[in-house]
Ligand binder design. Structure first.
Ligand SMILES: [Zn+2]
Length: 256
């Protein structure tokens, strides 16, 4: 069976923006199966459509973006601006982990510009720890436990800064220069968001923002486009940098 990488992020299009290049490379170069999960269907992402309507649109966009690289999309059906670290989300994320059995999990930075991202990060970190534990939530059928805690990585926070504006430098970057076009094509599947950003932020730069951010991370390590990561290195999580070994680290700052 193919190895599995799973991204668990808050909203449809977060994966395309933050980590799709890495997902594409693992799939193309190593034959890994890619799963892309979002906590919500993006129900607040419209000025005109109601929550049910825009959710329907965005679930479909999520499926199409994932299908573009042969990946599988999952929506955990929480709601925008209401993502919490609680028993229900722990149950959902643990069940998903046990269902897809990932070796590598990507999630949001523990500190980020909005709380849906931070709560998704916290929940994913906890679920990765819990998923191998046989006695966790035994009153629910969560599926076969993981053999071990998966390798857990945090994507860059949006704009690379924490909520008080301090830089959050990556521990290492993955060169995505060869797959930037495919990453952009995945993002283009989220057509509803280009419209929403234009109306809410007055910004008609949906795809350009993705390329600009990837280019900025690329500059850190002397390549055209890159994605930045930090590995969760707390007690009992795997410490070897499997992702970096598979795809090559193009930057490592600080200790190590
Ligand atoms: Zn988001």
């Amino acid at each position: 069976m193919a190895d599995v990488i799973l991204s668990i992020l808050a909203h449809p299009d977060d994966a395309e923006f933050l980590c799709a290049g890495t997902l594409i490379r693992l799939q193309r170069e190593h034959g890994w199966q890619v799963h892309i999960a979002t906590m919500t269907p993006g129900d607040c992402g419209s000025m005109e459509l109601g929550p049910e309507e825009i959710s329907r649109v965005r679930r479909e966009e999520g499926h199409r973006a994932a299908a573009h690289i042969g990946a599988i999309y999952h929506c955990l059906e929480e709601r925008d601006l209401l993502v919490f670290y609680n028993e229900r989300t722990l149950e959902k994320v643990t069940r998903l982990l046990r269902q897809v059995q990932p070796r590598i999990v990507l999630t949001h930075s523990p500190t980020d510009y909005m709380l849906d991202h931070e709560m998704t990060s916290t929940t994913t970190r906890a679920a990765a720890f819990n998923a191998p534990i046989p006695n966790f939530m035994t009153d629910l059928d969560l599926g076969d436990r993981l053999a071990a805690i998966p390798h857990l990585y945090y994507c860059d926070p949006i704009e690379g800064i924490n909520p008080v504006g301090e830089d959050v430098p990556p521990q290492f970057c993955i060169d995505i220069s060869k797959v930037i076009e495919t990453k952009t094509e995945m993002m283009a599947r989220h057509a509803s968001q280009r419209d929403w950003l234009l109306k809410h932020h007055g910004m008609d730069q949906y795809l350009q923002a993705l390329r600009d951010w990837s280019a900025q991370r690329g500059q850190l390590c002397g390549v055209a486009f890159a994605e930045g990561y930090r590995q969760h290195l707390g007690h009992s999580y795997p410490h070897d940098n499997l992702l970096g070994e598979l795809l090559g680290e193009c930057l490592r700052s600080g200790k190590g």
